[in-house]
Design a protein around this ligand. Sequence first.
Ligand SMILES: [Zn+2]
Length: 314
Amino acid sequence: MTVPALLGGCKKDAPEGESESAGANDSELVATDADDASKTSKGYKIEVIDGVTYIDGVLIANKTYALPRSYDGNGLSSDQLTPLAQGAFDKMAAAAQDEAGLSLFVVSGFRSYETQENLYNRYVEEDGKEEADRYSARPGHSEHQTGLAADVNSVSYDFEHTAEGKWLAANCYRFGFHLRYPKDKEEITGYRYEPWHVRYVGEELARELYENDETLEEHFGITSSYEDYEAALRGPVENDISYNVQKPTPYYAEDVVIEDETDEEAAASDETERSASQDEGDTEAREPATEKATEAETAAEVPADAFDVPGSVG
Ligand SMILES: [Zn+2]
């Protein structure tokens, strides 16, 4: 499948090649043999491999780009991070302790598609779909499904004002993390401000995002919108180059199990007719902040040089 490349208004040339990248620490995540390639509005290469989207080698999960149900971050268990992300987190936590006497820990890491589905469904039941979509990702669209995102210490807006929250915001880029959902960028990222949610992107890209005050969407020139996702499912629209999405793996038609309907019926009703209680959901925040320091658990497994591998991207 191919989608027309967007050339208009390119602001800069994307660096080519070397995708030893963030989100690509684990060999299986490296974008090497693409089934598809196109460009973002800023000229960065988009590749879709086994239903997973990499932009300039960086794995992307947002409202426009979904992960398939089968994606498990290369065998991650609930709340783990990928080895490279965990190694970077451990290094960051050690620095927070040494430099400021602060304790940072992961309260929520990897989530499976099914976990996200359950969370989102619950939030939709509680708050309705529109509100749930502001803070919770639909299944397939949560960054927690990548194994590269962590909720740190406390899933609470008060976290912003704590010493730990301030330290995290000011220093996480040094360790390859990006404060993924900044204040006042809800329209760009698709999610409300989350002072506790960081995404591992590698030190080079993290520094660039930090210094330019950019999100991944702004940096790469991509959207985060369920409308674009759904438009991509329908295929490229002739004469419409206003979006630059690859066709992701559809999850409604194939993946959603709706009670009292056969799979075929579920597929047929897909996009438009799902009732709130049947919707796929996913979520970012609002998990109870269980106290759970996972740093130590996996630290020993991370090679010392892992810290220097991150990925690239310019
Ligand atoms: Zn989160």
